[in-house]
Design a protein. Structure first.
Length: 159
């Protein structure tokens, strides 16, 4: 194999694995208790009477908390597949609109540039990579930016 071929294969492997994310300290399929434990106190379980109901097809938010990375401050919610399924969705939003570009810059640094979209002028973006995570960032001028992140194939995610 030539050096160029080896370099090309290495680059393709990096691109192919770039968006496989889970999310920070979590892995897809974790239970709510495992997410809380992995957060080292930053996340707590939501009591059943406080849950807002399904956030997607058969997904219920059962844990929430905060995440800090330098100046970036996020409110984070964790959605779990119904009927005892594991972690299937993470949504996070900045605490105020002044941090919108910090969040976008962090995503670009971690996953590369987003796929082209009609919202590119606003800074919104979607990262989609076959068989891996889908990361959907929404930004408007005056509202806090938010992200919905989930595995590419959301089913009854189980460990």
């Amino acid at each position: 194999m030539t050096r160029q071929t080896c370099a090309l294969i290495a680059a393709l492997i990096c691109v192919a694995t770039n968006a496989q994310a889970d999310w920070e300290y979590t892995k897809w399929g974790m239970t709510p208790a495992q997410v809380v434990a992995a957060s080292h106190g930053a996340v707590h379980l939501i009591k059943p009477e406080r849950r807002l109901g399904p956030t997607g097809p058969d997904i219920e938010t059962r844990a929430e908390g905060s995440f800090t990375d330098g100046k970036l401050r996020l409110n984070v919610s964790f959605g779990f597949a119904g009927h005892g399924g594991g972690l299937a969705l993470v949504s996070y939003l900045v605490q105020d609109a002044s941090q919108n570009m910090l969040l976008r810059d962090r995503l670009v640094h971690a996953y590369g540039p987003p796929a082209p979209s009609g919202d590119a002028d606003m800074g919104s973006g979607v990262w989609r990579h076959a068989g891996q995570d889908v990361i959907d960032l929404s930004i408007s001028d005056e509202s806090p930016a938010f992200v919905v992140q989930q595995p590419a194939a959301v089913k009854n995610v189980r460990r």
